[in-house]
Design a protein around this ligand. Sequence first.
Ligand code: ZN
Ligand code: ZN
Ligand code: ZN
Length: 544
Amino acid sequence: MILPIAPLWAIPIRDIPNPRKLNGTWVSDVANILSAETESRLNQRISQLESRHGSELAVVTIPDTVPLPSPKAYATELFNTWGIGKRGIDNGVLLLISVKERRIEIETGRGITSQISNDQVAQIIETKIKPEFKLQKFDQGTINGVEEIASRLEQIRTPNFAFAPIYNGIGIFGVAIALGGITWTVLKINSWCQLLPSVYNLQSPLVFQIKIQQLHQVANAPMRLIAFGVGAIAISASALLWQDSATGWVLQLDRHFLALLMINAAIALISIPMWFGITYYWLAKLTKTLSTNLPHQIWKLFGTTILKNLWLLLSIQCSLLFVVAILISPSITSWIPSHLLFIAISLICAMSYQFFLIYVVNNVSVDDKIALEQYFCVTCRTPTQRLDEALFDTYLSKPEQLAVQLGNATYSLYSCDRCHPVTTRDRQHIYCHPNILKEESVCAKCHYPTVIAADLKQSRKPKKFPKQGSKNAISIRQCQNCFHEQPVYPYVPQPVSSSYYSGSSTDYSSSSSSYDSYDYGSSSSSSSDFGGGSSDGGGSGSDW
Ligand SMILES: [Zn+2]
Ligand SMILES: [Zn+2]
Ligand SMILES: [Zn+2]
């Protein structure tokens, strides 16, 4: 760019025309010392450099560097004002020529400094530019300088593509995904708590039980989404760390993979409060819905769960080392793009730690009250109250009271005092949970646990028991509620193996049962096994 008149006064930096913005070129000849041919030649060369290699080179001539304290300060200021070089790669160079001060400054970007030392820069000025400038050959000196800088830059192996915006994008994407996952988790917990009575173990129309103790049964997918989001954040964070390292964006996974694991472990550490928050919200919401007390010292529970599973964390760490060691082996790095590999390793590491934390969240034990599978009222979702045994006479049916007296069963009665206060309490609204102590005492006919062993003499119809083989019944089992009777035959050992008894002439029958049900009411019944049914007092029995 040639100005018609070279200004004789100092020019503020903001008034130096930016050639990139002006017409997409690289040279700003404010001091007007370069010919039009030189400018176009320089622009051509620098454009070639930029398209081939990605680095940027600006050439600026100015009358003087007043009011800044030194030409160096002026160069640095101008360099950063324009932002020469790609963001994140910092691969820019500024060649500044101040005419009155007879000063040449070459300012290099952060990504270049480690590749071309300040001594080398000084050498370029001394050998390529100064000799020509001393002879007033500004065109040739500038061309020499630009040629030398460009060829030096082209030898540096830096990517010609700015990855920083992509990694920043991945980070923002990760934050969005993680926040979305957290929101989804909260929504899932809320909706689950609203559905609570309808989804869990309805024992009767009156009560339900909580068997769930792990959050993953409620919010599995959302928590995985959070883990994925944190993984994306980890990629971005690891990338940012690489950005500041001396090698710029040339990833050296083999040299830094331990550091990579450390970064991911640090991110896992930072994410612990978030997972604790989710755990706390889950327990708080659950206990509030069920009107129980929040487990105290959740932090302690959380911490001990992590400590208890340290072995798991260590094995994750070891397998990660193994996987990463394989991934960064030369045979793999040669055919997978290093950025892809970097993303894969970061994601694998970060998500492994996140899945460990999800495991911890799922294993923080819920309040004892909930873990004990208490009965909750379907109507108001509060824990029901267990009634005292003194109330058995009031609320148990006659056969149930009989079963308790015989020692065959006990009953637990649960009533919701909120929905049915003591004054209006009735059996219809009490959940009666039977606890059968002797499984064989359940009557096949009336289903109450009211069967006891009795003497044959106590039988009401002893003659009716058929013989089993040659044996008569020796005793009976009699239901004290409906007086259904079962004969008991003497124990007959069964042949252990047919070959062992082959020489024997005894006439063991093939009958396999020593108990044979004989039913007075319905003779068609031939089963000697119980179906496992239970009764709430239905059916009837009568004497004859
Ligand atoms: Zn209730
Ligand atoms: Zn009622
Ligand atoms: Zn019975």
